[in-house]
Design a protein around this ligand. Structure first.
Ligand SMILES: [Zn+2]
Length: 307
């Protein structure tokens, strides 16, 4: 399973337009609420507690006692009959250091948190983080500049002034492994640590298909023409709201012409070495992305397919 995918929740979208039901569930003592502070989810235990840690899903009365627990509240969905919410905590000081959270757990950046909780909890973190993040950035109407208000348990914002509606956005990104014979193409972004290589990636543009975006990005970044684009898997990536669309593509040659504005370097990686790097058996001064990234799964699937 790819991290941030595979949420165990029933999103219960038919309930979002029933404010009385939402309000009752938000107060229901059997409901659970995940507080986020500065977009960091609450996890139980200390910062040095060895994983796996449990997600900080708390009773509504506990969350309501947190100073600053008055930001956007989102219905995440239903786990059986239990409603789960995400609550933005808006306060300058760290609310984990004061009552009622003191000693219970800590706020952890979403990327790290997703790697120390269960795969199901990671999916809940992804949904909660992306949704709260969207609300924080969409308080004003892009059409007329007036304040917007939260509707539908968090899945819509409405401008009272011009009546325009705004919906949580998902930005598609193509991420692709171009292959040629027994090698795959990996690149090192300018901000990557030394030796870190990954699959090439880029935002899709309006008016493009997935296949067209893959062909354009590989050619722009590495000067390589690719054909036979195939889909492998997708990953919700809540930084802030991407959907990573993982693909394979066949390169027409190994000749590289790297765009230095996009990449520090690019190289072909032989299958045997890729497999050893993925399995952590070898380094050769090269690092591939960890399992939280879909690039890891693309490289692994390709390497294993030919081994
Ligand atoms: Zn407006």
């Amino acid at each position: 399973m790819i991290p941030f995918a595979g949420s165990p929740l029933n999103r219960a979208s038919e309930k979002r337009t029933d404010p009385a039901w939402i309000e009752a569930k938000r107060r229901d003592p059997s409901s659970l609420v995940l507080p986020l502070w500065r977009l960091e989810p609450f996890v139980l235990g200390g910062e040095k507690t060895p994983p796996p840690l449990r997600l900080g899903l708390l009773r509504p009365e506990v969350v309501d006692a947190i100073p600053g627990a008055s930001g956007p509240c989102i219905l995440l969905g239903l786990d059986g009959n239990t409603a789960l919410f995400a609550q933005d905590v808006v306060t300058a000081g760290n609310p984990a250091e004061v009552e009622p959270l003191a000693g219970l757990g800590h706020f952890r950046d979403a990327r790290t948190a997703a790697q120390i909780v269960s795969i199901k909890d990671a999916a809940i973190i992804g949904q909660a983080k992306a949704m709260i993040d969207w609300h924080q950035r969409h308080g004003f109407c892009p059409r007329c500049g007036s304040p917007t208000k939260l509707m539908d348990a968090g899945y819509r914002r409405l401008c009272d002034q011009c009546n325009s509606e705004h919906f949580p956005r998902v930005d598609p990104v193509v991420i692709m492994l171009a292959t040629h014979g027994d090698a795959c193409l990996v690149g090192r972004g300018k901000i990557f640590p030394p030796g870190m290589f990954s699959a090439l990636a880029g935002f899709m543009e309006p008016g493009e298909t997935i296949e067209e975006a893959v062909r354009r990005e590989v050619f722009e970044e590495a000067g390589v023409k690719v054909t036979d684009v195939t889909y492998h898997a997708t990953q919700p990536w809540p930084f802030p709201s991407s959907l990573m669309i993982g693909c394979f593509a066949r390169a027409q040659s190994r000749q590289l012409k790297v765009d230095e504005n996009e990449l520090a370097e690019a190289r072909w990686l032989e299958r045997g070495l890729a497999l050893e790097l993925i399995e952590g058996k070898k380094t050769d001064g090269i690092h591939l992305p960890p399992p939280i990234a879909i690039a890891h799964h693309l490289i692994k699937a390709w390497a294993l397919a030919g081994s």
